[in-house]
Design a binder for this molecule. Structure first.
Ligand SMILES: C[S@@+](CC[C@H](N)C(=O)[O-])C[C@H]1O[C@@H](n2cnc3c(N)ncnc32)[C@H](O)[C@@H]1O
Length: 195
């Protein structure tokens, strides 16, 4: 990771915490992933040599910068989508500031629509970091778009265990996925398509 990018990530992490801490309304918070969780998913991107990553829930682009940096190394590209237009504008500016905008498409829209429009077996890794109760409904498309050995990564699987429980059970019931819970940051649930 180059020094400029590391500095931007440090600044965004600090600014995100300062922004979120006084806000009682969850929806007004940026809710950036923890650095450890973003680092874990970046490692998976590099280890999998992923060239196509889809993130649902961009916020201001904090985690997207981590993923785009990993995709710069693999020769790949990130698609990240957020339903909030102001967050998309902020993310575009932050990815540019970090020097990784060239490795990402930042979309404004509903993640469900982006997933539905994604071609079959075209994605190496999907990150779910949006409204957790919707994930179960995403499942048919998640299964359809993931390539063999594709990876699903779900943030907040420990911090919001109850909200992720139904999706975790669904994933665990699929014999073609190897499922693990990583106690990193707010908890990252992974499912790797092994069959
Ligand atoms: C937890 S934050 C994402 C944090 C981001 N991944 C990061 O680490 O910087 C959740 C984001 O999901 C977005 N969101 C909520 N529902 C959505 C949907 N249906 N489609 C796309 N984005 C959605 C919100 O606007 C919010 O910015």
């Amino acid at each position: 990771m180059d020094a400029r990018l590391a500095r931007v990530l440090d600044d965004l992490h600090r600014e995100g915490r300062a922004h979120d801490d006084p806000l009682a309304d969850r929806l007004l918070r940026l809710r950036n992933m923890t650095p450890d969780a973003a680092r874990l998913i970046s490692t998976l991107i590099r280890a999998r040599r992923a060239t196509s990553v889809l993130e649902i829930g961009t916020s201001n682009g904090y985690s997207a910068i981590w993923f785009a940096d990993a995709l710069r190394d693999t020769g790949g590209r990130l698609t990240t989508v957020d339903i909030d237009a102001d967050r998309v504008t902020a993310a575009l500016a932050n990815l540019e500031r970090a020097g990784v905008l060239g490795y990402a498409d930042v979309l404004h829209g509903d993640g469900a629509d982006t997933l539905a429009a994604t071609p079959d077996a075209s994605v190496d890794l999907v990150v779910l970091d949006a409204e957790r109760p919707a994930y179960v409904d995403y499942w048919p498309h998640l299964r359809r778009v993931l390539r063999p050995y594709g990876i699903l990564a779900v943030d907040n699987a420990v911090s919001h265990r109850a909200q992720v429980a139904a999706f975790r059970e669904l994933l665990a019931s699929q014999h073609e996925f190897a499922v693990d819970l990583h106690e990193v940051g707010d908890g990252v649930l992974t499912g790797i398509r092994i069959r």
